[in-house]
Structure formats: C-alpha cells, structure tokens
Design a protein around this ligand. Structure first.
Ligand SMILES: Cc1cc2nc3c(=O)[nH]c(=O)nc-3n(C[C@H](O)[C@H](O)[C@H](O)COP(=O)(O)OP(=O)(O)OC[C@H]3O[C@@H](n4cnc5c(N)ncnc54)[C@H](O)[C@@H]3O)c2cc1C
Length: 367
C-alpha cells in the first residue's frame, strides 16, 4: 500500500508537531514519523516555557506550574532575586505537554506514526520523494529531527557544530527550596559557558546543569555543592535526562528544493539562553504555513518565505562568545554584587518585552 501525502515530517517534538498542526490546518495531508514509541518518551529537555508561549498556545493549567521569579547565585552561593511583575516562567509536565501537542496535531488532521525511524529519502519524480523502507511518498519533507539531524545529513544541508551539553535529574523529596523561583547557579568550573539550575517542576524538583562541549557536566558535584542550600537527605532520583543544545545559531544551509529544516535541526535555539522550545514551536508553525502556501501555488519556496522569520541570533551569538570566555568564579562573585550586572541578568531572563514595562526589579543587593 502507498501512503501519498503532501508533507512528511521527521520528528514529533516541538518543531515537528507545530509544523504538522499548522500544515494540516491549512489543508495539507501530513504524516509525522518519530523513532520514539510514544509522544514525550524520554524527552531530553527541562521543558521550561516562557510566559508568551504558554499564553499564545493556551497550554492547559494542569500541565504547568507558574514560577514568578529568578534567584541567581554566584559561585560563593550568595544570591540576588530578579523579578518582573506580571511576567513568569512555566515548568511543565513534559510528557503530558507532548501528548497534548500530539493530540492537537492529530485533531487538525495529521497522521502520527511513532516507533518509525526515518531511514532516508530518494526522489521519485521531480516533485515527489519516497521515504526509504516505508510506504510513504511526499511532496515535501520537513526535518525536525533535533540537533544531530539525519535529514540534514541525508540532504547535505548544514549541520550544527557548536553545542552545550546538559544533564538533569528529576527528584522527589528535595526540601528547603523556595518554589516561587527558578534557582540558577553561575559556576565557571562546574558549568563553564552556561549555568546550573534547580527548578520546582510539576510535582517534582528538576536539578541540572549544562556546559560547553567538549566539557562534561558533573551533576553529582553540582548536587553536592547545592546541598549546602537545599535538603537532599530524603531526596530520591526518579529519572535522568540529557542532551545536546546547539548554540552556534542558524545552520548555513537549511533548505533544499523539496526539504526544509526547523527547530534544533536548523540551529534555531538562542545561543545565549539555550532556550529552544519557543523558537522550535515558532519555526515549525511558520514552516507549516510556508509549505502549504508553496504547495498550493500561493507562495514562494519556503526557504524564501522563511528567510526573515528564521532568526540568525547575531547579537546573541556575540554574547555567547563573551560567555565562552568563561569568567573566573572570583569575577562572578564580584559581579553579582554590582547593580549593572544584575540589571543585565534581569534583561536576559525576562526579555525585552517584560523589561519595557520598566517595572522589572533586579534585586537591590546580593544576599
Ligand atoms: C538538557 C536540556 C534541557 C533543555 N531545557 C530547555 C528549557 O527548559 N527550555 C527551552 O526552551 N529549551 C530547552 N532545551 C532546548 C530544547 O529542548 C530544544 O531546543 C527543543 O527540544 C528542540 O525541539 P525540536 O522539535 O527541534 O527537536 P527535539 O526536541 O530534539 O526533537 C527531535 C525529535 O526527532 C526525533 N528523531 C530524531 N531522529 C529521528 C529519526 N532518524 N527518525 C525519526 N525520528 C527522529 C526524536 O525522537 C525527537 O522526538 C533544553 C535542551 C536540553 C538538552
């Protein structure tokens, strides 16, 4: 049997499901493949959302937990509180969230196939591809298969080259954590080029850190350090996760004649904050529209339509270089005591939109 569809999507995560949803709403026949057995299985992400995303998508409240503020710690464990009244972050039940995204794409008409790896594609006609080892033919292919995209490799598109590596443990029973804050830790030795974190999640506590590749995040050492602040005596690890985060910006070649990349596959992740959920959803959603317009004869090739919507992150790449200089811990200890540094940190966490309100508070002093 042959399944002929307009769009085949590789990857049923943020970018792939957003694309499948938007393309199916525009009337395309869409098939999504993912090698995972089920939506949200062994996700590699912390799953923290920024307020704008949750507002726009109307993510159900029971899948999230609102976290109003940030507590930023220097390596000596002194801290400053950062707030932007009216703004907040959302921790998520990541498996529940992905199931919700998958259900949305299915109700829009997309067909989702889990347990189905992508094994390559070959041209069938000028306007059609066949997915190897499957019954699927498609007029267009979206590679939303993450930071080490096989679709990109297969079609000789650009590859991500600069990465952070992150690891995280999900705990129950951690005591003494102020649950109204994201706890973020600067430490040039344990988390060079990034931070460590303790996030009050949905019925769990998420403890993790990331560092620049080729370094290796030492979660045990980090947990030992923060045991001075939080009570791990009754804590139990429920699961571990980890993965690569591309921080080199948009890959050079992100489309071909019948193929397009989105999300991490295209390098659309903030090189500074390493947040990629928002940008994966956005790039996937826009890709769905652009592909529908192109296949319907109503728009240019998606590579042209999306050029100005796929960010290049010029400023954030520059700031990433500054972070990669990895200031020594003594300097971080000093900086946290300075108001301009705390203001800069608040701007990074709360984004310009929240800062424009001029109500953001960067902690009058470090504690
Ligand atoms: C430890 C860690 C913590 C993070 N925390 C956050 C955070 O809190 N907030 C935030 O905004 N960002 C975070 N990020 C980044 C964020 O998770 C990613 O940017 C985001 O998941 C990218 O989504 P995506 O849809 O592009 O790709 P992915 O989420 O990587 O999904 C790719 C999908 O493709 C599938 N796939 C891959 N290869 C194949 C194949 N050959 N055949 C079939 N299927 C395939 C995979 O199974 C997967 O489902 C974090 C990343 C890491 C590693």
């Amino acid at each position: 049997m042959n399944t002929a569809c307009d769009l085949a999507v590789v990857g049923a995560s943020f970018a792939g499901l957003a694309c499948a949803d938007s393309a199916a709403r525009r009337g395309l026949s869409v098939v999504v493949l993912d090698r995972k057995p089920a939506p949200g299985h062994r996700m590699h992400t912390t799953g923290l959302l920024v307020k704008e995303v949750a507002d726009k998508l109307d993510v159900p409240g029971h899948l999230t937990r609102t976290i109003p503020g940030v507590r930023l710690y220097a390596p000596n464990l002194r801290h400053a509180d950062l707030d932007a009244p009216g703004y907040h972050f959302l921790a998520t039940d990541i498996q529940g969230l992905m199931t919700w995204f998958a259900d949305r794409a299915t109700s829009s008409g997309a067909s989702l196939r889990f347990g189905t790896p992508y094994r390559g594609a070959e041209p069938l006609t000028e306007n059609e591809l066949r997915l190897r080892g499957s019954d699927i033919t498609a007029r267009f292919l979206l590679g939303a298969d993450g930071p080490s995209s096989v679709v990109a490799r297969d079609f000789k598109l650009g590859a991500n080259e600069d990465f952070l590596i992150g690891v995280e443990a999900e705990y129950e029973g951690v005591g003494g954590v102020d649950e109204s804050r994201l706890h973020c830790f600067l430490d040039a030795e344990l988390a060079p080029g990034y931070i460590g974190w303790v996030i009050p999640g949905v019925n769990i506590m998420q403890v993790g850190l990331a560092c620049r590749v080729p370094g290796k995040p030492r979660l045990k050492d980090f947990t030992a350090k923060i045991s001075a602040l939080f009570d791990f005596s009754r804590a139990r690890i429920l699961s571990h996760r980890g993965g690569l985060i591309p921080v080199g910006g948009r890959v050079r070649q992100w489309h071909g004649s019948r193929v397009l990349l989105a999300g991490d596959a295209a390098g659309i992740v903030s090189p500074l904050t390493a947040g990629g959920i928002h940008t994966s959803l956005e790039s996937g959603w826009r890709a769905g529209h652009a592909i529908a317009d192109f296949l319907g004869g109503a728009g240019p090739h998606p590579g042209i339509a999306l050029e100005r919507h796929y960010p290049r992150f010029r400023l954030k790449r520059w700031l990433r270089h500054a972070l990669d200089l990895n200031p020594p811990n003594a300097l971080y200890n000093l900086l946290l005591g300075s108001r301009p540094f705390r203001t800069l940190a608040a701007e990074i966490y709360f984004h310009r939109r929240a800062m424009k309100s001029r109500r953001a508070r960067a902690g009058s002093s470090a504690h």
